[in-house]
Design a protein around this ligand. Structure first.
Ligand code: HEC
Length: 109
């Protein structure tokens, strides 16, 4: 029984590590997109106002494509909120806020 449990844990670890690794071949995009932790947070909590590409601007949301904030500044806005944007420090961990800040920067490309 114990051996079986160890076997399942090993399989689960292998599956999980596969999920977090990024596809290397960008020309061959997978059908089901694998999301980074930062993108997952974004899709769940930020897309509503900022849109999937960052420029939706719902309820006056800043255009993230043309934002010039650095990672630390984004983390402050996300943690504490600003005007119509709510703060997220009660819902998100510092790691999640850091991840989503890094993802926000990728929207500028
Ligand atoms: C309820 C709508 C709403 C949600 C949800 C929301 N935002 Fe915002 N966001 C705004 C608004 C409105 C502003 C502009 C605030 C201002 O006028 O100062 C803003 C501004 C920002 C800015 C500042 C950009 C700049 O250049 O000044 C960043 C970065 C940002 N949001 C990231 C996020 C992230 C990351 C999330 C998800 C964790 C998120 N937002 C969720 C509405 C929202």
């Amino acid at each position: 029984m114990k051996k079986l449990l160890i076997f399942f844990m090993a399989v689960a670890t292998m599956v999980l590590s596969n999920c977090t690794s990024q596809p290397t071949d960008k020309s061959n995009k997978p059908v089901a997109k694998i999301m980074t932790p930062g993108e997952e947070v974004y899709v769940k909590h930020c897309k509503l106002c900022h849109g999937s590409s960052g420029d939706l601007g719902l309820s006056g949301a800043a255009n993230l494509k043309i934002s010039v904030l650095n990672n630390a500044e984004i983390m402050t806005v996300v943690s504490d909120g600003r005007k119509a944007m709510p703060g997220w420090k009660a819902q998100l961990t510092p790691t999640q806020i850091n991840d989503v800040a890094a993802y926000v920067i990728t929207l500028r490309n």
